[in-house]
Design a protein around this ligand. Structure first.
Ligand code: DUC
Ligand code: ZN
Ligand code: ZN
Ligand code: ZN
Length: 461
């Protein structure tokens, strides 16, 4: 079965070129000058469109347990929404509960995901219980294709690890060549501020932002960097939201340390003003780290240009407004933390291209090529080249759309970007050569997505 995508502008981190793409079954077999091939079983006309490697969202949470509830997208609904938005790979987080093993955790996440995903998927492992056997099991996870481990400096008593525990896990990461991903917020100080706020009768959603000041993200980021330096471990800061944290990352990188960071669309486009919306509406925007003051946004865009922020992922972790966010009415600390976004990352970052904040090449690099390399999927994913999986998006840069909960495909009852006017739209999506989205119809079918065992970080190994 041969598919030819002709007449488009093929994108890569170096920009765009006029080229045709020939696919045989699941793989790309040739990228040629226009017109070299002219027939195939299926010919897709991409005239006037971008032909780009499918997006890789390296940070999602489907069916994630949190505060007595679960994030609202299942692997089925969440990966379907991802596909609609031009994302063809997700890397989700398996979550170790304290007192359980990493291997049983991984088995549990395979049970949730296997056979239920519309697109290909991998896992990171959240380590919340550092002990001799967990450390040993990190090696088992790597052998099973899970080569990155997230830890938390926030949420004391739940996911939190002490500096000593982080140090031990980082030593193991150094020994194995794996990557430590860090949720860098000073949870001990934050929990005190939260308790003081609630004791003073301040329970509205905006307090979520006010009790998690950006300097406590900066401090934790610096501390994580120091621990990584002592142990020689590479470090990947997840969901970086604050200028102080970005400065710490930039300084470490300038000094030659292997520190990387991602940010998310919500930190580029939304702010604490959204958290302050009246009538509990602010609960829709409760995520951690919190949305910041607008002034941080310009720094984050600059970080994307300079590569101090090298990845954009969503931290997609949706909770319905009606029955889930509601759990925290009157007590912001009980609002489940997370926002929906897996469907809109490619479109939202395209607005950065339209506005001149980032180049076309950076859009592709931060949303696809770099996450593939960072998390051991390249060149199978993240590039359109002979031998690569035919995970391809045909994107119409001139189309217009308005984001809304009425039209999105995520299983959540609100959009964090309700009414946002977007220039550009996904037209066609192929996942391993199969057309899964085409002009407003979805045809992947549950279970098309395969588990992706990942190699180690390809910038360092
Ligand atoms: N961190 C995440 O990465 N996702 C959801 C909640 C959190 O704190
Ligand atoms: Zn599996
Ligand atoms: Zn986190
Ligand atoms: Zn997350």
């Amino acid at each position: 079965m041969r598919t030819l995508i002709k007449g488009g502008t093929v994108l890569s981190p170096t920009g765009g070129t006029s080229a045709d793409v020939l696919i045989e079954d699941e793989r790309v077999v040739a990228v040629t000058a226009p017109g070299v091939f002219d027939n195939a079983d299926t010919v897709l006309d991409a005239t006037g469109k971008y032909v780009m490697p499918g997006g890789i969202d390296a940070h999602t949470h489907m069916e994630m347990p949190f505060g007595g509830t679960f994030s609202a997208d299942t692997f089925e609904t969440g990966t379907t929404a991802a596909a609609w938005g031009g994302t063809t790979t997700i890397i989700d987080f398996a979550v170790q509960a304290k007192g359980t093993s990493l291997v049983s955790t991984l088995d549990k996440w395979h049970e949730k995901a296997d056979g239920n995903c519309a697109i290909d998927y991998g896992f990171h492992m959240i380590v919340s219980d550092v002990n001799d056997s967990t450390l040993k099991e990190m090696g088992t996870c790597i052998d099973a294709g899970v080569s990155s481990f997230k830890m938390f400096m926030a949420y004391p008593g739940v996911f939190y690890s002490t500096d000593g525990e982080i140090l031990r896990a980082m030593q193991k990461a150094t020994e194995t060549g794996s990557t430590i991903m860090m949720h860098a917020e000073n949870g001990i100080a934050i929990d005190e501020l939260v308790a003081q706020s609630l004791a003073a009768g301040k329970g509205d959603p905006v307090q979520h932002g006010l009790t998690r000041p950006s300097i406590l993200e900066g401090e934790a980021t610096s501390r994580a960097i120091a621990l990584a330096k002592v142990t020689g471990s590479p470090l990947y800061i997840v969901h970086l939201s604050a200028a102080e944290a970005l400065s710490a990352v930039a300084e470490a990188r300038n000094e030659g340390q292997n520190v990387f960071a991602e940010t998310c669309p919500q930190y580029l486009y939304l702010s604490i003003e959204d958290l302050a919306k009246p009538d509990f509406e602010g609960a829709k925007y409760v995520a951690s780290p919190p949305l910041r003051e607008k002034k941080h946004q310009a720094d984050l865009w600059r970080g994307l240009r300079t590569n101090d922020l090298s990845v954009v992922s969503t931290d997609h972790c949706p909770f319905c407004f009606k029955d889930q966010k509601e759990l925290g009415r009157g007590d912001f600390s009980k609002i489940p933390n997370g926002m929906p976004g897996v469907e809109h990352r490619m479109d939202l970052l395209h607005q950065g291209v339209v506005a001149g904040e980032i180049s076309l090449g950076r859009w592709v690099e931060a949303c696809s090529t770099t996450p593939a390399r960072m998390f051991g999927l390249y060149p199978r994913k993240g590039v359109i080249a002979p031998g690569s999986d035919a995970d391809i998006v045909i994107y119409d840069p001139a189309a217009r759309q308005t984001l809304s909960a009425e039209t999105h495909h995520m299983a959540v009852d609100y959009s964090a970007y309700e009414g946002f006017e977007i220039t550009g739209k996904v037209e066609t999506v192929l996942s391993r050569g199969k057309v899964v989205v085409s002009s407003g119809t979805f045809s992947a079918g549950t279970g098309h997505g395969e588990f992706l065992p990942r190699e180690l970080c390809q910038y360092l190994n």
